[in-house]
Write a protein that binds this ligand. Structure first.
Ligand SMILES: Cc1ncc(CO)c(N)n1
Length: 230
């Protein structure tokens, strides 16, 4: 495993270790193995893109909550910068892909969330409604950090960038800009965890592990093109 934990402090290293095996299972999931090889069925990618678009609407709100819960202007500003970047840069990539596939913006935005998307986003929003800023940071971190890890690993994988279809996706998540935003999230997590009692740290760790499991489930959901049973 390539070390992408460039700025990890003590607590974020503990978080990383807590979910390392879950992340590795994600990396080995056929959705990502095939995306890396360029063989992923575009229908599965389109399904993912649409679910991820509605996921990102709620995910962007998590950073808005981060801004509300922050107590200093620097942190507020950074959380709102992150929210802006999700809505305009990351979701811009989804809109571009949708255009390539002939999917309208309206269709993209009106995607009915699958059971797994609901589970993930509502879990996050529950943490935002009831948790501390440190809990919010822990819940949103696996998303950024695991994608950065995947992006960096895939960008370095021989041939992965040669496949026209998935190249832009890999470039987005391996970009310096995405990496810097991820490092900021890791840094604020370490800062917020400093001096907290162990039961609080354990609760934060549970959010991180839960979000990591939901990340795995998101890949699996897309590969299965999960639908509502009724
Ligand atoms: C489900 C999910 N997790 C993480 C990211 C990265 O922001 C994303 N776009 N979607």
């Amino acid at each position: 495993m390539m070390n992408t934990t460039t700025q990890a402090g003590a607590f974020s290293e503990r978080l990383y270790q807590s979910s390392k095996e879950i992340w590795e299972q994600s990396h080995r999931h056929p959705f990502l193995e095939e995306l890396k090889a360029g063989t992923l069925d575009p229908a599965k990618f389109i399904y993912y893109l649409k679910q991820d678009y509605v996921y990102l609407i709620d995910y962007a709100k998590m950073f808005a909550y981060g801004s509300i819960k922050a107590n200093d202007l620097l942190t507020m500003g950074k959380f709102s910068e992150l929210s802006h970047s999700i809505l305009n840069v990351e979701m811009g990539l989804h809109r571009l892909y949708a255009e390539r596939f002939g999917i309208t913006r309206e269709e993209l935005e009106n995607t009915e969330p699958s059971p797994t998307t609901i589970a993930y986003t509502k879990y996050l929003l529950d943490v935002a409604a009831h948790g501390t800023l440190a809990e919010v940071a822990a819940a949103i971190l696996p998303c950024m950090w695991s994608y950065r890890e995947i992006g960096v690993l895939f960008a370095a994988a021989p041939g992965a960038l040669d496949h026209a279809l998935y190249r832009d996706w890999i470039l987005m998540y391996s970009s310096d800009e995405f990496g810097e935003l991820t490092d900021w999230c890791i840094g604020i997590m370490d800062q917020l965890a400093e001096g907290l009692p162990e039961p609080e740290l354990a609760k934060i760790e549970r959010h991180f592990v839960m979000a990591s499991k939901l990340e795995y489930m998101f890949w699996d959901m897309a590969y299965r093109e999960e639908a509502w049973p009724v």
